[in-house]
Design a protein around this ligand. Structure first.
Ligand SMILES: CC(C)(COP(=O)(O)OP(=O)(O)OC[C@H]1O[C@@H](n2cnc3c(N)ncnc32)[C@H](O[C@H]2O[C@H](COP(=O)(O)OP(=O)(O)OP(=O)(O)O)[C@@H](O)[C@H]2O)[C@@H]1O)[C@@H](O)C(=O)NCCC(=O)NCCS
Ligand SMILES: Nc1ncnc2[nH]cnc12
Length: 306
């Protein structure tokens, strides 16, 4: 979205800078900004879903490792989250407390589960992208340039302390909790507590590098996904494949990257081979998929990408 290209405020936004939080309740510039970021957040959910091939993951082409959800399930979830993103950008603009963001996140999870008939499509996305939206809103309200480094710093400065202490009170028996207990694996909570270093320090740089090297957006997103798979501790992978599965995911992703990722002429065949082998083993890097979507959101907000 061209209007959101605001590196260091160099490009002119299509609306006046937001000065007053009261704009949010009316049809003013604040509301327009919230709507646009919410649209980009939903679009980032779609970008992640539409990307193919993604090892073991659901796309518009097939269901990968999943028997209980398909692209239609994700689309229903996506539409159910529109208002959440709008509200959480607005909350960030209005200096909301962590407690308020968490309340919005929990409410959004309930809406997602209603829309999908109880299937967890986007819990990780609700958490990570919700916090990013709040930080983007806060930056905007404070006149801080929408650059990745500022968004991450804003996230940590405003909600980092509570994120660090965010423990078992939401889902005491989640797959993430189980992975932590059984395998000492970190997951979404640890990512959040550190300001999503995998998004800012791994996924986004991989995507930008691929684009700078002249590759298309699709290839750049594949590179970002494999970079994330090689790097993160994905509790969804631990839940389905244990430590052996987690090791296999990292190894395959590293091998893909070592061969040049999407710069290699046969990258698509190798990504497809990973997709088939993950699907056969029921492995699903859902955490990496969520973080890839967050990368797509940041790229559209900070770089003005589609
Ligand atoms: C902090 C919470 C988000 C919860 O975290 P917790 O540690 O309790 O873990 P989970 O409940 O398991 O959910 C975490 C989801 O985050 C994704 N994820 C995994 N690893 C990482 C990672 N390293 N970094 C970032 N994100 C990660 C992952 O989401 C994807 O997996 C989903 C499928 O998961 P699951 O249902 O476990 O597995 P299935 O394969 O469906 O299992 P079967 O039943 O088929 O066997 C997939 O859809 C992706 O979304 C994890 O699921 C949370 O508790 C919390 O606080 N929430 C409310 C507050 C909130 O959102 N606030 C926002 C603003 S503060
Ligand atoms: N495309 C996808 N397939 C499976 N799990 C996911 N979690 C987030 N995106 C996903």
């Amino acid at each position: 979205m061209a209007e959101l290209t605001m590196h260091g405020h160099a490009a002119k936004p299509a609306w006046a800078p937001v000065g007053r939080p009261s704009d949010l309740s009316g049809a003013g510039a604040g509301r327009a900004f919230c709507q646009q970021v919410a649209r980009l957040a939903v679009r980032s959910l779609h970008a992640e879903l539409a990307l193919y091939p993604k090892p073991g993951l659901v796309s518009l082409v097939d269901n990968g490792s999943h028997t209980d959800m398909d692209a239609a399930t994700f689309m229903r979830s996506m539409f159910a989250l529109r208002r959440y993103f709008l509200r959480i950008v607005a909350a960030g603009m209005q200096d909301a407390s962590f407690h308020e963001l968490k309340r919005l996140g929990i409410e959004a999870e309930a809406r997602m589960l209603r829309a999908t008939g109880g299937i967890n499509t986007h819990r990780g996305a609700i958490f990570c992208r919700g916090l990013l939206c709040a930080a983007i809103g806060h930056c905007r309200a404070q006149g801080i340039a929408l650059e990745p480094v500022n968004i991450q710093a804003t996230l940590l400065a405003n909600w980092g302390r509570e994120l660090g202490a965010h423990s078992g009170d939401v889902h005491a028996h989640s797959h993430g909790v189980e992975a932590r207990q059984r395998y000492a694996a970190s997951g979404a909570r640890e990512e959040g507590a550190r300001g999503f270093p995998s998004v800012f320090g791994v996924g986004l740089p991989a995507l930008r590098r691929a684009l700078a090297a002249g590759r298309a957006l699709r290839e750049a997103r594949i590179d970002a996904l494999f970079a994330l798979m090689a790097h993160i501790s994905d509790t969804n992978v631990y839940h389905r494949g244990g430590s052996g599965g987690a090791l296999a995911v990292r190894r395959q992703a590293r091998a893909f990257i070592a061969r040049g990722a999407t710069a290699a002429p046969d990258w698509e065949a190798r990504a497809l081979a990973s997709h088939r082998s993950f699907s056969a083993a029921r492995l699903s890097p859902g955490g990496a998929a969520d973080l890839l979507g967050a990368v797509c959101l940041l790229q559209s907000v900070c770089d003005g990408a589609p």
